[in-house]
Ligand binder design. Structure first.
Ligand code: ZN
Length: 208
């Protein structure tokens, strides 16, 4: 049982343990470090956390992190509005952007299907994606339909990424949308973030 003296310390350790891959030992080490050697750093972290949690939202169109209702990429009218590239994470989106080979829009799932870990369609942005691509207007509602004609699946070439791509592909084909997948050339088992730009650009051009 903890005494009143150690409650705040315990609370900090328990909070740090919430981070993925951080166990009791590492959490304790981090807490001791912050309190013993870097109290100003700890204050900065607290402020930054608080700010991020209250100010960072998901883009209403592409689901990525943003501080505005619609992110700057989705607001860019120069981009090809008819193509939508589906990626797992903002880092994957940045990897594709750096190739300069793609001028369409994105949808960021913020995860991947992983039945073994209990991560299903509801835990990632699948419904939001289907709604984005083929919105079903409510009865009598006269809103413009989506102009997306092609969805490019750029989930990772891992087992989970392939499963995710398959489920999206089935869902969208049923809605009459052209679905393409990045061509092989991206090595099996690899994450886009770590693949060189030339390979990604090539996989984009050769998609099918
Ligand atoms: Zn967006």
């Amino acid at each position: 049982m903890s005494t009143n003296n150690s409650n705040a310390l315990d609370a900090l350790i328990q909070a740090l343990r919430r981070l993925p891959g951080v166990g009791l030992k590492s959490a304790s080490r981090m807490a001791f470090h912050l309190l013993q050697h870097d109290r100003s750093g700890a204050q900065l972290m607290a402020q930054a956390l608080n700010q991020a949690v209250t100010q960072v939202l998901h883009c209403s169109m592409c689901n990525t992190f943003t501080q505005t209702e619609v992110c700057s990429t989705c607001q860019d009218s120069q981009r090809d509005q008819t193509r939508l590239c589906v990626v797992e994470t903002p880092a994957d989106q940045q990897a594709l952007e750096r190739t300069g080979a793609y001028k369409g829009l994105y949808f960021v799932l913020m995860g991947k299907l992983s039945p073994l870990d209990g991560i299903g369609p509801k835990d990632i942005g699948l419904q939001k994606l289907f709604q984005r691509v083929a919105p079903r207007a409510a009865a009598g509602e006269d809103r413009p339909v989506s102009v997306v004609t092609e969805v490019i699946l750029a989930t990772n070439f891992t087992a989970e990424g392939e499963t995710t791509a398959h489920v999206i592909s089935e869902g969208l084909k049923a809605r009459g949308i052209l679905v393409t997948r990045l061509a092989r050339g991206v090595p099996i088992g690899s994450e886009l973030e770590y693949v060189d730009l030339g390979t990604i650009a090539h996989a984009l051009v050769d998609r099918r």
